[in-house]
Unconditional design. Structure first.
Length: 471
């Protein structure tokens, strides 16, 4: 007995089903919800409900292409055969690792010598100007079809290699002339002087600054090599930039990390709100680790959800309360997902989970020694290296990385969250014999997150209707 490829949802007001084939959420009356529940439990047949009203509604959905039992026959990314073309001609952004050194020793950093066995550690290795110039030329030659260029600077702490950064910016402006060119910089801002700010402002560099919580929160994890807190220097530098270089300040965003040590009692102001930087320019993530599961304490989870609840009420115009950057980012991420969701015509015989991007196309990362990686977030190991500036791309390796879903084909073909999967090779690897098992460990989290997002969309939809009608 084939079952429809759906997932049921229930709110206090109605039932819903998410149709995997159509990628759509449909509101349904109780009689249809009860029948579909029995069908999924194997207690009834889809086309044989007990009453005529339910039968007519089920037939109507089927005639519109919903409630199909079809699953993919093969898990394979549709862009697989285009990988060579896309990497040879359509690169989006390139990020240069100017150095592997850093003047901070943040306790959650993935490059920490104390906690990390799968990633590189901090070293004094720096990119040479010849490698940087070679990377810019490589980018130009592999972005022929791109509409614009973006060159990013990363570390370590890239401001440790300030002269290299300056020379690379000037070289890129000459070599990449003819298309819109933008620059981006990820920095801890401790070395951001007025002279550097003036140069960054003149050349239109967008700056992402790492900063967590208030001073106490930030200084618990983000410390100098000597162990001293970093807040005073970073905040003082940002204040100077705000006062004397407002154009640059308008291009500054904040990156914050939630860790198990983040204090629940002060989470309402997490991360520290900086006057003049709107919530839309905060990027907030949970600690990433290649060595252990990151367990967020229950009290902190409650505080996080409380901020999300306040942000929902603020969004609905019900509660004129202050909200935190975290609450804002969570709710607006869900709203943006909802607005960008596109219904589909049905399940394709060959398709892939939603997680992987085309390795290297959107955010090619060039390490200090000229090795190529899909992005700055993957481990800098041979497994994830997809070429070098000298040898070019390893297309076969990039294709294998893109098709991470193929290593758990049966699981993916039958997973209702297939289209919303966020698992990429970074999370579990893709070459070792342990990769399928490691990938499966992440599947429940993906389904739980997808469930949360769909429930949130239902909540917002129902709440907006309720308040429009009664308030």
């Amino acid at each position: 007995m084939e079952k429809p490829f759906i997932k049921l949802f229930r709110s206090p007001y109605s039932g819903y089903f998410y149709d995997v084939g159509k990628n759509d959420v449909i509101r349904i009356p109780d009689n249809v919800y009860q029948h579909l529940s029995k069908v999924l439990d194997g207690l009834a047949y889809l086309g044989q409900p007990q009453d005529d009203e339910t039968n007519q509604l089920i037939k109507g959905f089927i005639n519109l292409g919903y409630l199909s039992p079809e699953r993919p026959m093969k898990i394979w990314h549709s862009a697989s055969n285009m990988v060579p073309l896309l990497l040879e001609r359509c690169l989006g952004k390139i990020t240069l690792q100017l150095t592997q050194d850093c003047n901070f020793r943040c306790k959650y950093c993935i490059y920490s010598e104390a906690k990390n066995l799968k990633q590189r550690s901090h070293t004094n290795k720096a990119m040479t100007i010849d490698t940087a110039k070679k990377a810019v030329i490589f980018y130009r030659n592999h972005a022929i079809n791109a509409n614009m260029y973006n060159v990013g600077f990363y570390g370590g702490e890239p401001l440790l290699e300030w002269e290299l950064l300056k020379e690379t910016v000037l070289f890129a402006e000459r070599e990449l002339a003819g298309k819109l060119l933008t620059f981006s910089l990820t920095t801890n801002a401790s070395l951001l002087t007025e002279a550097k700010a003036a140069f960054l402002e003149e050349h239109g560099v967008n700056v992402l600054v790492s900063l967590d919580g208030d001073r106490t929160e930030n200084d618990h994890n983000r410390v100098f090599k000597c162990g001293k807190g970093t807040s005073d220097m970073v905040l003082d530098n940002l204040q100077i930039i705000a006062e004397r270089h407002p154009k640059l300040f308008s291009k500054i965003s904040i990156s914050s990390v939630i860790t198990p040590s983040t204090q629940a009692t002060t989470f309402g102001i997490y991360p520290k709100e900086i006057e003049g930087i709107p919530f839309s320019r905060y990027m907030i993530t949970i600690e990433d680790s290649t060595e252990h599961d990151v367990i967020i304490p229950l009290e902190l989870l409650k505080a996080m959800e409380n901020e999300v609840c306040k942000a929902y009420l603020k969004q609905l115009g019900v509660l004129p309360c202050n909200i935190s950057p975290y609450g804002y980012s969570r709710v607006h991420s869900i709203i943006n997902n909802y607005k960008s969701a596109k219904p589909s015509n049905g399940i394709q015989r060959i398709m892939a989970p939603g997680g992987p991007c085309i390795p290297g196309k959107s955010r090619l990362f060039v390490s200090a020694d000229g090795s190529l990686y899909p992005c700055e977030r993957v481990n800098e190991t041979s497994e994830f290296c997809i070429g070098t500036l000298d040898s070019g791309f390893d297309f076969e390796k990039a294709q294998k990385m893109l098709n991470i879903g193929a290593i758990t084909e049966k699981d993916c073909s039958n997973c209702w969250a297939l289209r919303h999967c966020t698992i990429c090779a970074k999370s579990c690897g893709y070459l070792s014999c342990d990769a399928p098992a490691e990938k499966r460990k992440l599947c429940d989290s993906v389904r739980n997150n997808t469930t949360e997002k769909i429930r949130a969309m239902i909540l917002l939809s129902e709440a907006e209707s309720f308040f429009d009608q009664y308030c």
